[in-house]
Design a protein around this ligand. Structure first.
Ligand code: N2P
Length: 374
């Protein structure tokens, strides 16, 4: 062997030995591929949230939408969703964490946790003791939205009811609004709890008997519901093709804003019923089999930055759990009582509560009968 070829061999062997050593010394969790798969509700993020995260971290975000807890839950139960971040409402998050479907958070990777409001954390503990799995994304409430001019016109001499829930649950009102379009959210765990709350019962209960009476109430008004929608109704409200919605507070405000920006001439308003709306807290969580849990923690910490959380609220008109973000919320949004309800209104609201498989089954039965009109 010539001297130069033996030097080459030594170099190659040296490189191989170094590579082997590097492998041995590699940390247990090697760097994840630069991908994050997020599954979130539709119309629920700012324009630049994903782009800014990608630019800063080099992590490519794949973003999919759903519009009911039932859809997300079925996927998580089936497993291998490929998602790294999902956003269940807290009462579904409770069932998922108890069922081993979620991964505990590593708080050492979440320095911005300090920004969260202790009051919201405490409220979430009801579903997630010790705040181990769920981080609030945004919160709002199920309520009634109207096209003010169309509703007033359709009701004629009859004034708006004292309790806005009457518009959707009382035949004498809803029957007169069918002609200008009535939309209901398309999910058992949104509609049946709202109906139960209207009847003075718990919105969320483990006891199926709690929902007695809701089937009869819903049956009575079924002929006047013209659309079931949990996302498309936003544009329908904005362009005037529906005048009444049983929907979510922020969505109705998005519709109001789209009507203003698009100059559609529709005057949309989110109402807070006298007996209160039904509160939900939508929470970010990491599925137990998430392929990129480190990237998921980077996303969580990014969202919990004061400016980022504020930008979500500014765009979609839902309140956030981030105390430090409040100074970045636009004054017209911060002072809007339909986004941040007053203390008095908050006292009237129905709060999220734990469900059981039995109560979920009862709600599905009641809702399916209602929707199909059987
Ligand atoms: C959807 C926002 C609210 C979801 N656009 C209700 N959990």
């Amino acid at each position: 062997m010539s001297r130069s070829s033996s030097r080459t061999l030594a170099r190659v062997l040296g490189a191989a030995a170094l590579a082997a050593l590097a492998l041995l010394a590699a940390p247990a969790s090697a760097e994840e591929e630069k991908v994050l798969n997020v599954y979130n509700w539709s119309d629920y993020i700012a324009e630049d949230t994903i782009a800014n995260f990608e630019k800063e971290t080099g992590i490519k975000v794949r973003y999919d939408n759903f519009d009911s807890n039932e859809i997300l839950h079925a996927k998580l139960v089936a497993g291998r969703t490929g998602y790294d971040i999902v956003v269940p409402s807290s009462y579904f998050g409770k069932m998922q964490l108890e069922g081993g479907l979620l991964k505990p958070l590593d708080k050492s990777k979440l320095p911005n946790w300090k920004n969260l409001d202790p009051v919201i954390l405490k409220a979430l503990e009801e579903m997630d003791p010790g705040n181990k799995y769920l981080v609030d994304w945004l919160w709002g409430y199920t309520t009634v939205g109207i096209n003010v001019d169309k509703v007033k016109k359709a009701l004629g001499d009859t004034p708006l009811p004292d309790n806005a829930w009457d518009l959707v649950f009382k035949k004498e009102y809803i029957s007169r609004l069918k002609g200008c379009g009535v939309s209901f959210l398309d999910s058992p765990t949104e509609i049946v709890p709202a109906a139960a709350h209207y009847l003075g019962k718990k919105a969320y209960s483990k006891d199926p008997a709690n929902y007695a009476g809701t089937a009869e109430l819903l049956k009575e008004i079924r002929p006047y519901v013209t659309l079931f929608s949990s996302s498309g109704y936003i544009n329908d409200m904005a362009n005037g093709s529906i005048c009444l919605a049983l929907g979510w507070s922020g969505d109705i405000n998005i519709a109001k804003n789209r009507a203003i920006e698009g100059k559609t001439g529709q005057n949309i308003r989110a109402l807070i019923p006298k007996t209160g709306g039904v509160i939900f807290m939508d929470t970010m969580a990491i599925p137990a089999d998430a392929p990129h849990p480190d990237n998921a923690h980077k996303w969580l910490d990014y969202i919990m930055r004061a400016e980022v959380h504020a930008s979500l609220t500014n765009k979609v008109f839902y309140a956030n759990p981030n105390k430090a973000s409040l100074k970045f919320v636009k004054p017209n949004v911060a002072s809007d009582p339909t986004v941040f309800p007053s203390e008095e209104d908050m006292k009237k609201m129905a709060l999220p509560g734990a469900l059981s498989n039995d109560s979920r089954r009862a709600m599905t039965r009641i809702y399916t009968t209602f929707k199909t009109g059987m």
